[in-house]
Design a protein around this ligand. Structure first.
Ligand code: NAP
Length: 353
């Protein structure tokens, strides 16, 4: 049986993926989205469907979503089955949460006829046309145009002791793991100095006895408004000019503390803690693209033309964090998803032309 090639396949299910889907669906291109697989490996790597926003708390800076009583809106907008699977929305006035925002985007794409497969694309062949995409389950899909929107994932320090205690006190997602009993009313450590680190520290301070925010410099990178929340929170202590030398612990208790090293004089000190949360930046999810299109030295996709989403392969477009090591915002990802959709639409129209 002949395989019918898709017009456009979108890989990834963050804001870039859903914005591309909404636009290509409304252009009658019947997009197919691979939203990612629900596996333990993806959970650990932070690459589950709905992307990084699904791992965050409230999103206060996405235009169009001022804080409000969102529950009635969410309940009326989202498919009842999906709504039942979500964390119950607060009845109070609140800023939209990352998972809520992503469910809304997904629903909007579905409303216009987007088809969704809950699987990863693990390899691609861009040498042949139509392009060939292979999923984790081993299925092959052909596509005339592809939009890559696979985003980025959280980094780890790479210490053997950190690896040993992953899921036993070491985490890169405070929102996923912070409420676990092992972290309640205990001292916790957050590593990093950016928006993620201050956001995680602020979140964890609700559960922890104290949160040590360990940063390698004497100045935070985070936005001023979020820094201020940390400085105003009596349960957060910033430990300046230190990095982690080793995660301390044992088989029975998991993490019991960290050994820190001063970046100023190399001296070491130990902090008691039952958890260590990493917030030290990201790596783009581009491993499945190796050799198929041009990447930057840091692994992000290289865009071929400024202010366009074209990659080094004609007909393959990139949107969101997978091609952006600079802005990395939900709104910029969504905007570039729209751009990729328009670029793909024009490419397909010219091809048929
Ligand atoms: P980031 O801004 O790149 O910050 C990473 C932090 O980790 C930096 O402070 C960096 O230190 C530190 N770091 C990196 N490698 C390290 C290592 N090996 N050991 C110790 N420290 C290390 O990453 P991010 O905080 O995840 O933020 C990424 C983007 O998402 C940003 O654009 C941010 O604005 C955005 N974001 C926004 C929100 C929000 O607005 N609500 C929330 C989260 C993230 P240095 O400062 O010394 O480089």
């Amino acid at each position: 049986m002949d395989v019918v090639a898709e017009n456009v396949v979108i890989i990834g299910s963050g804001p870039a993926g859903w914005a591309s889907a909404i636009y290509t669906a409304r252009a009658n291109l019947q997009p197919l989205v691979f939203e990612g697989a629900v596996t333990e490996e993806n959970r650990q790597a932070g690459t589950l469907p709905l992307g990084q926003l699904a791992l965050t708390t409230e999103v206060e800076n996405y235009p169009g979503f001022p804080a409000g009583v969102l529950k009635p809106f969410l309940e009326s907008a989202i498919d009842p089955q999906r709504f039942a699977m979500m964390a119950p929305p607060s009845e109070e006035k609140h800023a939209v949460t990352g998972p809520e925002l992503m469910e809304l985007m997904r629903q909007q794409a579905v409303n216009f006829g987007t088809r969704i497969i809950t699987d990863d694309i693990v390899s691609v062949d861009f040498q042949r046309t139509p392009f060939q995409l292979t999923s984790r389950e081993g299925n092959t899909t052909e596509a005339h145009a592809v939009i890559i929107a696979t985003g980025a994932r959280a980094n780890y320090l790479g210490l053997p002791s950190e690896d040993r205690f992953k899921n036993r006190g070491v985490s890169a997602c405070a929102v996923c793991d912070g409420a676990l009993p092992r972290f309640r009313n205990r001292p916790l450590v957050v590593i990093g100095g950016g928006d993620s680190a201050v956001e995680e520290a602020t979140y964890l301070a609700k559960f922890a006895s104290i949160v040590y925010l360990v940063h390698r410099r004497d100045e935070l990178r985070a936005s001023k408004i979020m820094q201020q929340r940390v400085f105003n929170n009596p349960k957060i202590e910033v430990v300046w000019n230190h990095v982690v030398d080793e995660v301390l612990g044992n088989d029975e208790d998991g993490v019991t503390g960290v050994r820190l090293r001063s970046t100023v004089d190399d001296s070491t000190r130990e902090l008691e803690a039952s958890g260590m949360f990493l917030a030290i930046g990201h790596t783009p999810n581009t491993a499945f693209l190796q050799g198929q299109l041009e990447l930057q030295d840091n692994g992000y996709i290289k865009l071929a033309t400024p202010f366009r989403t074209n990659t080094s392969v004609e007909g393959v477009f990139a949107a969101g964090d997978v091609a952006d090591d600079y802005y990395r915002q939900a709104i910029t990802a969504a905007g570039s998803g729209c751009m990729a959709a328009l670029d793909a639409e024009r490419y397909l129209a010219a091809r048929e032309g």
